[in-house]
Ligand binder design. Structure first.
Ligand code: ATP
Ligand code: MG
Length: 305
């Protein structure tokens, strides 16, 4: 399988980090070996995955602007074990704020700087089933390096009036980079995140997207839930913080809808989810139906499921 997937949006605060961390974790729980790359100076994903692990900030200039010589260099100076089984991580750092200027100045010399990260990932790619990249918001030289490193790009969007302004820009950027850098990057689609399914605003905005970007809209929406911000307080992915929850199910459905989990790994994921069957809930399609019970209403707010 082996795929590099990036979460990219020009708009900030639309769930890139929550989505990338939770997707990486669902893949790992399913038995896939995942390399997570945090390319955001805010390093929220690094906090979620690596809190307390004592990592050091890698040299981003070498990772993003120069061709590294061997996989060993990456393993020795860039890649760390995370707090979660089967997830390794190249951590983020506030230093990433300055790297955009370095990439920009390298760019004056060689356009191929945009593909350095891709070529460096290539060195370790065979060791992982998936590489997941979280990016900073905006259209910067750093996000362009990230896009060029990807086989596929995913974009979470919010159900508001501002999200769509960046979508056209992102699609054009991807087309431009494919042409100018000769990379093969697929736009895997947009999905609504952090939404209230029954709100008229969400329904209206979804309709607008379906009219204007029908081929790009994924048939999965990630519901708003207080459990998501709570999970960040515990530095835990949703599947650990609240296995039995509607928003967790939404992320599982997203990963399955994208066809990222084959039958054998799906079995392993089902096994991890298995205790949920103990209550006797019936399964419909891929996603288990949720029984409303004191167990999941009391502790999880009861607004989803
Ligand atoms: N489904 C959800 N329900 C509730 N809150 C959410 C949900 N998804 C994301 N959030 C919250 O919204 C905020 C923004 O999410 P996140 O940090 O993932 O966005 P981002 O796109 O990575 O932001 P940035 O562009 O700044 O990197 C966070 O506080 C997060 O906890
Ligand atoms: Mg983020």
């Amino acid at each position: 399988m082996n795929k590099v997937i990036g979460f990219v949006t020009e708009k900030g605060g639309v769930s890139k980090t929550m989505s990338s961390v939770n997707m990486a974790h669902i893949l790992a729980v399913s038995g896939y070996h995942v390399l997570f790359i945090d390319l955001d100076a805010q390093m929220n994903a690094t906090d979620m995955l690596m809190i307390g692990t004592g990592y050091e900030s890698p040299c981003y200039t070498n990772l993003l602007c120069h061709q590294l010589k061997s996989a060993d260099i990456l393993y020795e100076g860039f890649i760390y074990e995370s707090n979660f089984d089967l997830i390794d991580c190249i951590p983020g750092s506030p230093l990433l704020k300055d790297i955009i200027y370095e990439i920009h100045s390298e760019l004056q010399e060689k356009r191929s700087v945009f593909t350095c990260l891709r070529r460096n990932i290539e060195l370790v790619r065979e060791d992982y089933d998936y590489v997941v990249i979280d990016t900073n918001p905006g259209d910067t030289t750093l996000t362009r390096c990230a896009i060029c490193a990807c086989d596929g790009v995913l974009s979470p969007i919010k159900a508001d009036n501002f999200s769509f302004s960046g979508v056209t820009g992102l699609l054009q950027t991807i087309i431009g980079l494919k042409q100018s850098c000769g990379v093969s990057v697929e736009f895997m689609g947009m999905f609504f995140a952090d939404v209230s399914l029954n709100s008229s605003g969400y329904k209206r905005v979804r309709e607008w997207y379906e009219e204007n970007y029908s081929s790009y809209i994924l048939p999965v929406a990630i519901r708003h839930s207080v459990q998501v911000s709570d999970s960040t307080l515990k530095y835990l992915p949703l599947l650990v913080a609240c296995k039995r929850h509607g928003t967790t199910d939404d992320y599982i459905k997203l990963v399955r809808t994208l066809g990222l989990i084959d039958d054998a790994h799906n079995e392993r994921l089902e096994k991890y989810l298995a205790p949920r069957k103990a209550g006797g809930s019936q399964r419909k399609g891929n996603i288990p139906a949720r029984e409303v019970s004191a167990d999941n209403v009391g502790s999880q707010g009861g607004s989803h499921g």
